[in-house]
Design a protein around this ligand. Sequence first.
Ligand code: AMP
Ligand code: MN
Ligand code: MN
Length: 343
Amino acid sequence: MIDVATGVAGPNEAAWGRAVDLLCAAKTVVLACHIGPDGDALGSMLSLGLALERLGTDVVCSWGSETLVLPATYAGLLPGQHLLRPPAEVPQVPDCLVALDTASLDRLGLLAPLTGTAKETLVIDHHATNTHFGTFELVDPSSAATAVLVAELIQRLGVTLDAELAVGLYVGITTDTGSFRFSATTPDVHRLAAQLLATGIRHDEIARAIYDTHDFGYVKLLGEALSRASLERDAVGGRGLVWTYTTADEMTGHGLRMDQIEGIIDGVRVTAQAEVAVLLKGDLDGTYKVSTRSKGAIDMSLICGQFHGGGHRFAAGFTAHGSVDETMAQLRAALSAAVPLSG
Ligand code: AMP
Ligand code: MN
Ligand code: MN
């Protein structure tokens, strides 16, 4: 049965109740987040994993890459890493698979087939582009982070939100709100953050680790990427486009991995003359991972959807198989045809 209970208001009481009943009844649970996991994916997953472990559930956490290499930032921060298993080691017929922060089946990578063998699949997500691939779901596109939904779920499961659980949730919220700056940061998000801080977590250490700590190679690559940034004032119907790229050779030459260069887009998107910012990151498999941001006039999830990607309205991405020039030509065309959001 597909239980779709979405909309601007978020999950209703019945959807919350069904999710709680499902998780309380499940003896074996696999938690999975999207491939190339970020702070929200990992923080939400591990916090829910710890909460279920406390309830006596047989729970493991994973994502769909052959080997699990946690981004260094999060490896040093997040409790619950003892729950992590590579896809080959997760139970193949769990009572429940929970997909977190994952908009579509392909983003589960190697774990996608588990949706066919798990008895139930619960999708917990906040992407506008969610494809509703579960048998149950808690999906709220207005939610600032998947961690916001998980915080509510943990409390509805009757588990106390203490410091151990709060770290992952705070990491998810701070990363997906750009440190409480993006538009989805509501009074309720601040109230939840206050509740998490009251557990005694060190938000200053979390913020320094996430935003203010980088390998020296990152500093050099950031400089190279910024020095060749292009500003196209006439693009996006005259609203302006700023873009740049990094290559796989540069990344490896500086001793970096993909998860260490996520922040470069933040250096580009500050450009006052551009509504849209784009960064193409060359990956080891020959593709480019494309990050896009807008300041509010252009729905980037619709643009990236045209390239088989997705995300949120003002932060979205896709994987490009062509060259930098080919990809930028296609993006320019899509952006010039985009209908600006009103209001
Ligand atoms: P990023 O630019 O990698 O920080 O991603 C911004 C947003 O777009 C995140 O919410 C991602 O989940 C989403 N996103 C990035 N790449 C893809 C992709 N290939 N397919 C679907 N969503 C994506
Ligand atoms: Mn994510
Ligand atoms: Mn998220």
